[in-house]
Design a protein around this ligand. Structure first.
Ligand SMILES: Cc1cc2nc3c(=O)[nH]c(=O)nc-3n(C[C@H](O)[C@H](O)[C@H](O)COP(=O)(O)OP(=O)(O)OC[C@H]3O[C@@H](n4cnc5c(N)ncnc54)[C@H](O)[C@@H]3O)c2cc1C
Ligand code: FES
Length: 284
């Protein structure tokens, strides 16, 4: 059950290319699990920006000296995110959380590989902590276009058994994509489960590599969202169900975490002809 909270922005710090925002408010952390997202209202009362913006939850804490807190990592992208990162500490902002379905955690201890691209690393330390608390071994690969787009490297390095960085421009770590580093890491860590968050092409390559090794991957997708609560169908993508039938499902309520082998990555943005309810070609 999501809570709508008029939250106080108690910290807004620039970290590399991103802003680390901390909100405080009664109930803001209630029920949050790694993989959940928050929907944040942007703009003032008369703003034309009527839609909330979605962000992965970086951290949530029920009991701190500042009350319940929720943390987000925000990249200034368009008008909504630019407004948000420009807010001063003390601002009151309307936040709805937790939304979506979180990452599923293994029932028994497992070797887990966490892979993130850019601000996709936002929920990963939180996830790593939960996995380690369950006795799992956690290996981590963080990738980004360039060094300033990496986030939470020190914390991830501290928690991980094996840790690697890739950057497209080689400014730090191995030059290349996360998928370049994955095979060796999977062999070294004897990976049994993969968790991923980042841009869609990255998720597709992670899911493909996982499937080739018969490993289940869980991918937190980033589809454009409007309502964030399952009403508008803006965020649908084709996913194969347990019955083998493809359906257009809502990433805001059925996701954002999906099994990588169930998403029809090549057909995102389309309604595949064999999808349940797809329009029949040639019909009148
Ligand atoms: C589940 C989820 C988790 C996300 N986590 C993060 C995060 O941790 N950090 C971060 O910086 N960004 C994250 N995003 C992306 C963030 O929501 C978009 O960058 C933001 O909505 C863009 O709004 P804008 O007004 O700045 O840009 P505009 O492009 O002007 O946005 C216009 C509209 O399109 C929608 N939209 C545009 N791009 C996206 C997008 N990539 N995803 C969803 N909706 C979009 C917005 O809701 C808005 O209504 C996440 C998105 C999703 C769906
Ligand atoms: S964003 Fe409206 S249904 Fe998902």
């Amino acid at each position: 059950m999501a809570n709508q909270v008029k939250a106080r922005l108690i910290s807004n710090k620039k970290v590399g290319s991103y802003h680390h925002l901390i909100f405080a408010g009664d109930g803001i952390a209630t029920g949050v699990r790694p993989g959940h997202f928050a929907a944040v209202a942007v703009g003032d009362e008369n703003s034309p920006m009527i839609l909330r913006r979605a962000f992965s939850i970086h951290k949530a804490a029920e009991i701190t000296s500042r009350g319940s807190t929720l943390e987000l990592i925000v990249a200034a992208h368009g008008p909504g995110t630019s407004w948000l990162v420009a807010q001063q500490e003390g601002a009151i902002i309307d936040v709805v959380a937790p939304l979506g379905k979180p990452f599923a955690l293994p029932k028994t201890p497992a070797n887990c590989l966490l892979v993130a691209g850019g601000y996709g690393s936002a929920p990963m330390v939180y996830l790593a902590q939960e996995l380690i608390a369950r006795g799992c071994k956690v290996d981590i690969i963080f990738g980004a276009g360039t060094e300033s787009k990496l986030f939470d490297v020190l914390e991830a390095k501290r928690l991980a058994r094996y840790f690697e960085i890739t950057t497209d421009d080689g400014s730090v770590g191995t030059e290349g994509r996360v998928s370049t580093a994955m095979p060796a890491m999977m062999a070294k860590g004897e990976t049994e489960a993969i968790y991923a968050c980042g841009p869609m092409p990255m998720l597709q390559s992670v899911a493909d590599l996982a499937s080739k090794s018969n490993i289940i991957s869980q991918c937190a997708v980033e589809e454009s969202m409007a309502c964030g609560i399952g009403v508008c169908m803006t965020c649908v993508l084709p996913v194969i169900g347990d019955d083998g039938i493809t359906r257009m499902v809502r990433s805001c309520t059925d996701g954002p975490v999906f099994r990588g082998d169930k998403v029809r990555w090549d057909e995102i943005g389309t309604v595949p002809a064999d999808c349940l309810g797809a329009p029949k070609s040639g019909g009148h």
